[in-house]
Design a protein around this ligand. Sequence first.
Ligand code: F3S
Length: 283
Amino acid sequence: MANIIIAQPHGFCFGVNRAVDLAQKTAQRYSQPIYFLGEIVHNQHVIDWLKLDLKIKTVKKIEDIPPQSVVIIQAHGVAPQIYQQAKDRQLTIVDATCPLVLKSHQTVKNLAKEDKKIIFICNKIYHDETIGVLGEAPQSITPVTLKDISNFKIKNPDNTVVITQTTLSTLETQSALDHLKEKYPQITIHPHICQATTERQSAIINLVKKYKFVIIVGSPTSANSNSLRQVAEDSGATAYIIDNASQLKKEWLKDQDNIVVSSGASTPESVLDQVINKIKNYE
Ligand code: F3S
């Protein structure tokens, strides 16, 4: 029977716990209709559970929320213009933005006031966190993906500050930032990868020194889950990401004596448990 090693820490981070808790308290407190604007966290299991349990609907655009309703802002944050639109529609705002994402918003605002040019390194230009942070200072900030940053030309490095999305791969980011600093020694760099992301990735990096097969349980839309898979691969392991137990493939596990499992920061523990049970049942 294969040895299953569960990475520690794994699963819900502080920001996701906080967002789920806020949604539950909001449902208890308000009698008027409540809406999630976008995905409160990037995990469909959590969204389905909250929608069913708390009777909260999800909309993509603020215009779809009837006036005088309650809107819950997602953990990844939104652009400041959205708060204004919510006020204009007389919505009650419950802000579930992770405080660590808000820290990036504040940094961008401060830097823009100082007339700095800002580069925001992200995994995707259209990720919710990227769109929200960009909205703080659209004239001053340029989003560049981690994949593209090594070829990106910086015109005025003396006056440029580089910040990062909170959930990037630590290994890939470190090598990109080292490269950037070598190319532009004058540049200022403020990495904003959060502690939860760093700790979950460090656990994988340490385990992969010994075990070379990793399963990450997380949504394909979750940046931090994808980064977990990425650090496992970059550390020399074979790694798969699955959203739920039904996506596990028996042939992956053939000949594996040790299987490391972990889960993204928005993956419920129950989904990880189902995956572990399925691995055990295959044996
Ligand atoms: Fe916040 Fe980091 Fe979680 S930014 S939402 S604590 S992954």
